[in-house]
Design a protein around this ligand. Structure first.
Ligand code: MG
Length: 253
């Protein structure tokens, strides 16, 4: 059963999304050559608490594994769920930062990737294509469309350019929980899957690689990396499906 949000719930989720987008802006201005991913984590945590919200990822459990930080910071071949550390970001790196908060009992989820300093053309192309894939996926999040339309929009844009699509990780519904139905894959067939209705809220999050689709999880039980060590990018927005079209909730005010 896919939760349908009441208008008052969407009001709270708009506030949660705006707060998260503003946290991301605070972090974005500090991302640079020489900064550690732990520095970025601290900036994000302080900004989330200052906004009267709580980090969503810190303490998140999968089995016995507990996520120890506020953001996920994934560099180069790391796709998602990288743990912030003393690792220093260097020119040429592709870094993907994933942010989540809970405010008023509702979750918001957002991610973006960027190149540090001067990066090679493949890295620049990867980041730009992943951002555009998200834009195309969002454009399909309309009343009467189906989940497969979103994945198809992402996949049909990136595959012809030679990129891989991560299939082992998917987007998701979001609301009172960070992960709600439905699953939102970054691949699929048009006009298949769950019907999109007004009041659904989903996190759309293409994860695209310079290599194959396959990923594995490192021994830290969190970090997802590409199996072929190719670099990867990740963009995500929390999107409400409304009669007026897709509404991106994770935008700054
Ligand atoms: Mg997500």
């Amino acid at each position: 059963m896919i939760p349908i949000k009441e208008p008052w719930e969407l009001t709270v989720m708009r506030t949660a999304g705006r707060k998260l987008a503003e946290v991301v802006e605070r972090v974005r201005e500090r991302v640079a050559d020489g900064v550690t991913t732990r520095d970025l984590d601290r900036i994000a945590e302080e900004a989330i608490l200052a906004a009267g919200a709580k980090p969503a990822f810190k303490g998140y459990k999968v089995g016995r594994a507990v996520f120890p930080a506020t953001i996920c910071a994934s560099v180069n071949e790391q796709v998602v769920h990288g743990i912030p550390s003393k690792r220093v970001l260097r020119a040429g790196d592709v870094v993907s930062l994933d942010f989540g908060l809970v405010y008023g009992g509702y979750y918001a989820d957002m991610a973006y990737s960027t190149c540090i300093g001067e990066a090679d053309p493949d890295a620049v192309r990867l980041v730009a294509a992943t951002e555009e894939a998200l834009r195309r996926g969002i454009a399909k999040a309309r009343v009467g469309a189906r989940i497969g339309d979103i994945g198809h929009a992402v996949e049909s844009f990136v595959r012809p350019q030679g990129f891989g699509v991560v299939t082992q990780m998917v987007g998701h519904g979001i609301g009172r929980k960070m992960h709600e139905p439905p699953s939102v894959p970054n691949y699929g067939k048009q006009a298949t899957g769950d019907l999109l209705r007004a009041g659904m809220v989903i996190a759309i999050e293409p994860m695209i690689t310079l290599g194959t689709d396959d990923t594995k999880i490192l021994g830290d039980q969190w970090t997802v990396v590409t199996e072929d060590n190719s670099r990867s990018a990740h963009f995500e927005h929390t999107v409400a499906i409304t009669p007026a079209g897709p509404e991106v909730l994770t935008l700054p005010g």
